[in-house]
Design a protein around this ligand. Sequence first.
Ligand code: PRT
Ligand code: ZN
Length: 226
Amino acid sequence: TAPARDRLRIAIQKSGRLAEPARSLLTACGLSWRQSRDKLFCYGESLPVDLLLVRDDDIPGLIADGVCDFGIVGRNELDEQGAARRRIGLPDAYQALRGLNFGQCRLMLAVPDEWDWQGVQQLAGKRIATSYPAILADWLAERGVDAQVVELSGSVEIAPRLGTADLICDLVSSGATLAANQLKPVETLLESEAVLAGPVKTPDDARAGLMAMLLRRLDGVVNVQD
Ligand code: PRT
Ligand code: ZN
């Protein structure tokens, strides 16, 4: 278990879609920071709550390892890493505590425009490119579909045109990227948004009170925005 701490650490995305809204939300909760020179660590001034600015992919692991107490991350990323842990027999190490009302998108299956989509049974024997292999594998297994999952870390949308996959499973918001690549969405695997993630077990030191207070403030701020 990680050592006791008397300051809270929250991991947020350093840059990218969730970086600015995550910071604004925490500012609205009354937090402020003294910017450090390298800007990877922001020391909390109004409260003993520090920020760690990281890649979104690192946020679930930082919570699992007890390096950070909270994180703001897409449900898609949290679920993927949770599903990947479960597949190798690791216990759950984090959970989504609150939906935050921004970063909405869907994890969807998308097929070439010319396909006549008739349902999941059509996926048998097909190759599906995705950056979400664990969520996709679970989804396919639940439906008893035997398809091949091709893991790609980026540029998933061009895989069908390159011939490396027959279809894709990727995040969609406006749908413009799919359309530009002659793909159409056919199934939704996950409705995602940014979430506040936290540990499965609350630490039993000074952080517990800070965590409870922050959750209360967050509920006030997120509900007022509705
Ligand atoms: O550098 P780092 O690893 O931290 O960032 P990243 O590049 O992995 O993530 P980033 O900043 O792109 O996204 C962070 C989170 O934003 C995601 O994990 C989702 O939870 C959320 N989000 C919301 C999205 C989108 N909307 C989205 N549209 N993430 C990605 N996209 C992609 C989509 O896949 C498509 O390729 O954006 C493109 C445009 O989408 P359309 O449908 O509007 O064309
Ligand atoms: Zn990332």
